[in-house]
Design a binder for this molecule. Sequence first.
Ligand code: MF3
Ligand code: CO
Ligand code: CO
Length: 256
Amino acid sequence: MSRGAGEVNSAAQIAAAREGGKVLAGILRAVHARSQPGTNELAIDAWVAKEIVRCGAEISYKEVDFPGAVCISVNDELIHGAPKDYVYREGDKVSYDLTITYHGMHIDAAFSMIIGQEEPSGAKGRLLKITENALRAGIAEVKAGSHTGDIGSAVEKVLKAGKLGIIRDYIGHGIGTKMHQAPDIPNYGRRGTGEELQVGELICIEPMASLGKEKTEVNQEDGWTVSLKDGSIGAHFEHTVLVLPDGYEVLTEGAF
Ligand code: MF3
Ligand code: CO
Ligand code: CO
């Protein structure tokens, strides 16, 4: 079942979301710089929790009782990684996904990186580059009157051409006064289908892909961490995007 059409935000809500996007981008850039061989996940999570509050924002994940301020997903972990006592090693893939609430508005962004490698090469480098390209291709479709299927189709095309596993168990979403709201933004679809985008809507486009198959499983111990069933490596990139009459504004630009 689809979530239906999204909500149009007021000028004040958009102004708050724009400011929140800058705060979130700054936090994620700092997280990238702090993520080195020898860094502990728990240290990153603790720093993020403090930084969110220092910036005048709130920890959105408290709303859903997620056990951390930021999702940290390493290697075969794909998304929703609950921060744990783990020390990064050179070559680890780490995905960060962070939602903050700023003056009542939720903002959401995610990126993947390889620890100790600024310009990752090989299969993992390819995975990251293609998944980020898929996000860009999806964003390029955004304007009033476009369909959510136009975004999904564009994302899917890039991931397919890159021969990556396209995750279907989780999708992008509208965002605003709630962390997850209408419309659904799948990473696959057909042009001209789905909901029509409206000026003033905020949407999260978030391709998730793997070097192997697409099947996922939730960790039964922590109840949150989603891993790839075949143990392959996953990547995740996400931006919060404002729908404009003739295009878009990426509110979390500069986060990665
Ligand atoms: N930021 C995530 C998203 O992109 C949601 C995180 S799930 C939570 O939709 F449980 F951690 F909140
Ligand atoms: Co997110
Ligand atoms: Co999201």
